[in-house]
Design a protein around this ligand. Structure first.
Ligand code: LLP
Length: 430
């Protein structure tokens, strides 16, 4: 095998990465320069890539009453949130912590929607005090709690119910959320009765309906089925005298990690709006909560090869990133493409490697059976690392979390310094 055969030189789903000669660049910045300047492991994000992913939604939404609320669980770093805030997005949050992040970048509270099955009363209180746009409520218990909290503050909470449409998003079981067996949402057959309850509680005002069927969805069919199921409910709820101002259709659109070919956001929404138009709901306000499709392919994780450990059955390439910052392979057997920042000469010998981290677990792998021509000290880029990597990073093995850099054209700005060990240990006592 020589380097030109190496699968590793492909850049799936990455219009903002390119080879200049033998070197990998993001937009106008050479990635090896960032590894030298900021160290590894390092997350690097392309602002242009985030904005072009957003533009696909905006094209479909032109002329419609529609708002993108970025689901910040995918990546909640303030530097990225600010890009979406400046571009006119609202935010979908799932905790009091995420609420403070949205407020920290100056998001108008009315553009914030609060999702999640387990909001605490303290979180509800703070969200009501600042005046968020909508609570997406997932159970009768939560509905009653929110009513009580709102009444105790002399406020009225704007609510949507998250309904479970019972459609199969055909994605990984851990990230499928719209089936009967999932913990999420209110069952389709119970929804009307729960809406009637919501409408009767004095601390609540029904403003919408919400659904989210899963993540990394790569086909349109489940979305169309879910839209039909939601519109059926809207008809029934409005026939019972409860107006539904907006339809929140969640997130979930997939990205290309390897060989997937998910539809574009503009394509999906052209089809969904056609369905809404055909059923007479074309004028209804729409909200969506995309996460991964806005940031997933905008980010890479740079990691340095520490040791090469050829073995009897497997060759291990030990790098300085691990499941602590790249948890998706360990959690979902997820594939992330891996490329060296520098292509070796055309006659370099490649070998098969398992790329693994320093964490003491066999589950700590980043890529298995990868054809790579690598040497000690090389820096690799783990692709499609913008979503659900840094936001899920942990301090497992007492590893400080990496730094993050935002690339804007030919400039690179540190948006989060590398965590220090002093910060990791702060607050603990013997
Ligand atoms: N809205 C709700 C209510 C959600 O639960 C989620 C994701 C989203 C929106 C955003 O979905 P997206 O557009 O990003 O697919 N850690 C997993 C993904 C978990 C998704 C959880 N919910 C992974 O790394 O694949």
């Amino acid at each position: 095998m020589n380097a030109s055969d190496l699968n590793a030189l492909r850049l799936p789903g990455q219009p903002h990465l390119h080879w200049r000669g033998a070197e990998l660049w993001m937009d106008g910045v050479r990635l090896s320069d960032l590894a030298t300047r900021f160290g590894t492991p390092l997350f690097v994000y392309s602002k242009a890539s985030m904005l072009s992913a957003l533009a696909a939604y905006q094209r479909a939404f032109a002329g419609r009453k529609a708002r993108v609320c970025y689901a910040m669980k995918a990546n909640s770093s303030l530097g990225l949130l600010n890009v979406f805030h400046q571009a006119g997005c609202g935010f979908d949050i799932v905790s009091g912590g995420e609420l403070e992040r949205a407020l920290a970048v100056g998001a108008p509270p009315a553009s914030i929607i609060f999702s999640g099955v387990g909001k605490s009363r303290d979180e509800m209180r703070r969200a009501l005090q600042v005046g968020i746009g909508c609570f997406n409520v997932e159970s009768v218990g939560e509905l009653r709690a929110l009513n009580e909290v709102a009444q105790s503050l002399d406020r009225v909470a704007p609510v949507s119910l998250r309904v479970n449409p019972d459609v199969d998003a055909q994605t990984h079981p851990y990230i499928s959320t719209g089936l009967k067996g999932n913990k999420f949402g209110i069952a389709h057959r119970d929804a009307l009765a729960v809406y009637q309850l919501a409408a009767s509680l004095p601390g609540l005002k029904v403003v919408g309906i919400d659904c989210h069927i899963g993540s990394q969805i790569t086909i349109v069919g489940p979305y169309l089925d879910a839209m039909d199921r939601v519109l059926d409910l809207v008809q029934a709820i409005e026939a019972a005298g409860i107006p539904i101002e907006h339809i929140d259709f969640g997130g979930g659109l997939g990205i290309q990690y390897q060989d997937e070919s998910p539809p574009g956001a503009d394509d999906v929404w052209a089809q969904l709006f056609a369905r809404m138009d055909a059923r007479g709901f074309g004028q209804r306000a729409v909200m969506i909560e995309p996460g991964r499709s806005l940031v997933g392919n905008a980010g890479v994780c740079l990691t340095q090869v520490m040791y090469l450990k050829p073995g009897e059955q497997k060759n291990f390439c030990i790098v300085d990133a691990a499941m602590s910052e790249l948890p998706r392979p360990a959690l979902y057997q997820a594939y992330h493409h891996i490329v060296p920042l520098q292509q070796l000469a055309a006659n370099a010998q490649g070998q098969m490697w398992d790329v693994v981290g320093p964490v003491c677990e066999s589950g700590d792998w980043i890529g298995r059976d990868r054809a790579l021509a690598v040497q000690d000290g090389d820096v690799l880029a783990v692709l499609s690392a913008g979503a659900y990597c840094m936001s899920m990073a942990s301090n497992y093995n007492t590893r400080p979390r990496p730094a993050e850099v935002l690339v804007d054209g030919d400039t690179a700005r540190l948006i989060r310094p590398r965590e220090t060990l002093a910060q990791v240990l702060a607050g603990e006592t013997i």
